[in-house]
Ligand binder design. Structure first.
Ligand code: NAD
Length: 458
């Protein structure tokens, strides 16, 4: 019996489900599919009935390579089941929390879902269970919010309930592969929590990197994402100065990245269309806000956020000027290929494409959009544009074709040799997916972030 009088989970008996995953969004779904693949039976819990309906019928509520097929298979074989009730969580040996932690007022983390979830889970906890948090949270949250809530409900963290924070570091578009290969950073509220969490992740075949405290692991996640955001911001600024002097930024970056530095090499990332998605757009603010609460002013992450937020406007300016130069007018048709924030995902959270579409529309352009990964309803709701039925319909008669998500459906062979692509359309290649030489040989002017303009025709 624990201090609340609940029954214990004993030994290695895992009960009906071995692992309960609370929050069956992007992370929870991909993680559960990975666990099922490793032979672990999973109970998923989510408060959104639409998520439960969709997953119960064998379909995730988003698109991500290979996840749909595996999810369908694991739901059919009962390796994976979902519910909007916490019933059954008491039978799991391990409970993993992956609820959303969006940005709230004043750029701080909104922990409402996390607190609600812990309050609900607490009603189903049993002595000896391991509770692993994976949602991204500011340093101190596991100890000062979650552990405190457990104590208030009669559980001694580290004794009655083992408590661990292990950040999730997958990247959408390649999420399952990333989960399979990226080492898990592990922390615990005490030695036993750390040991059991390490044992769990190693047991499903993953490498672990243990850090000394919960706060260190919480910081690792923010450090990773701030590094990416700052690096991309620098790449985007480098691209702009290279464009201004007619130098190919991609060539500069390739050469610059050959310099050995520290334990690796200089690693400037690729300039792009701005930064989207649900993580890189908020996690740097979590760090800035947390640092402020400790009287530390972190200027670089905040500045990088602003630099990256400006990029969509720069792209609109490039495209409209290019059309202006070529057509001697600032109107016409722009075909936008890709609405998701990156390739091979349906995720449109904070997609920079939304700003680009709305801005082109308000400048008087006729804008068509096509994204085979995203629902037409989403695009219509967010931009007031009815999605084209096909790539061909989208690009027909376009003055400019703007490639804004690197989906496989927009590969060079499909796009550039498409008979419906107008011969004189300007091509803006937001993801450096195309070969500029080939695009220009086909008679198009080619633009991309940091790539100088190739004028093949006057
Ligand atoms: N998406 C990513 O690429 C990614 C990568 C690494 C880390 N993360 C972090 O992982 C967390 C989850 O991200 P996501 O993209 O999966 O979010 P998401 O919004 O797709 O999923 C969160 C899910 O939690 C559910 N939920 C909310 N409150 C609940 C409650 N009280 N009980 C049960 N379910 C509840 C929601 O209905 C939703 O389905 C966030 O903290 C995020 O920052 C995300």
């Amino acid at each position: 019996m624990n201090s609340r009088g609940a029954k214990e989970v004993t030994g290695t008996k895992y009960g009906g489900h071995q692992v309960a995953v609370i929050g069956f969004g992007y992370v929870g779904t991909v993680l559960s599919v990975f666990l099922a693949e490793r032979g672990v039976r999973v109970l998923g819990v989510d408060s959104d009935p639409r998520v439960i309906d969709s997953v119960s019928s064998g379909k995730p509520h988003f698109k991500e390579p290979t996840v749909t097929d595996l999810l369908t298979r694991f739901v059919a074989s009962h390796m994976l089941s979902v519910s909007n009730s916490f019933e059954g969580v008491d039978e799991a040996k391990v409970i993993i929390v992956t609820v959303g932690t969006p940005i709230g007022g004043n750029y701080s983390a909104d922990l409402t879902a996390l607190k609600d979830c812990i309050a609900s889970v607490a009603g189903y906890l049993r002595r000896g269970q391991l509770l692993i948090l994976k949602s991204t949270i500011p340093p101190g949250t596991t100890r000062n919010v979650v552990a405190l809530m457990l104590k208030e409900r009669g559980f001694e963290p580290g004794k009655d309930i083992l408590l661990s924070f292990c950040p999730e570091r997958l990247a959408e578009g390649n999420a399952l592969n990333e989960i399979r290969r990226v080492p898990v950073v592990v922390s615990g509220i005490n030695g036993e929590s750390l040991r059991q969490a390490e044992r769990f992740w190693k047991g499903v075949g993953l490498k672990t990197i243990s850090v000394s405290t919960l706060e260190a692991a919480e910081m690792v996640k923010l450090a990773d994402n701030v590094w990416i955001d700052v690096n991309v911001a620098f790449a985007n600024e480098l691209a702009r100065i290279c464009e201004a002097i007619g130098v190919d930024a991609m060539g500069v970056i390739r050469a610059a990245n050959s310099l050995p530095k520290g334990e690796g090499k200089v690693n400037i990332l690729t300039p792009g269309i701005g930064v989207g998605g649900s993580c890189l757009t908020k996690d740097p603010w979590f760090l800035v806000d947390f640092a402020r609460s400790k009287n530390v002013a972190m200027k670089i992450p905040a500045l990088a956020r602003r630099v990256n937020d400006e990029v969509p406007s720069v792209i609109v300016e490039t495209v409209t000027s290019a059309i202006g130069r070529k057509e001697h007018k600032k109107t016409g048709k722009v075909a936008v290929l890709g609405y998701a924030f990156k390739g091979r995902t349906s995720d449109t959270r904070n997609t920079p494409v939304k700003h680009i579409v709305l801005s082109l529309k308000s400048s008087g352009f006729a804008v068509t959009v096509f994204d085979p990964w995203v629902s037409s309803q989403t695009i219509e709701n967010e931009c007031g544009v009815e999605m084209s039925d096909s790539l061909e319909e989208c690009i027909e008669d376009a003055n400019a074709v703007v490639l804004l998500a690197n989906h496989p459906e927009f590969e060079q062979d499909i796009l550039i040799s498409n008979p419906r692509l107008p011969k004189d359309a300007i091509i803006y290649d937001g993801w450096h997916s195309l070969d500029p030489t080939i695009v220009c040989r086909m008679g198009h002017d080619y633009y991309s972030p940091g790539h100088f303009v190739r004028k093949v025709k006057s």
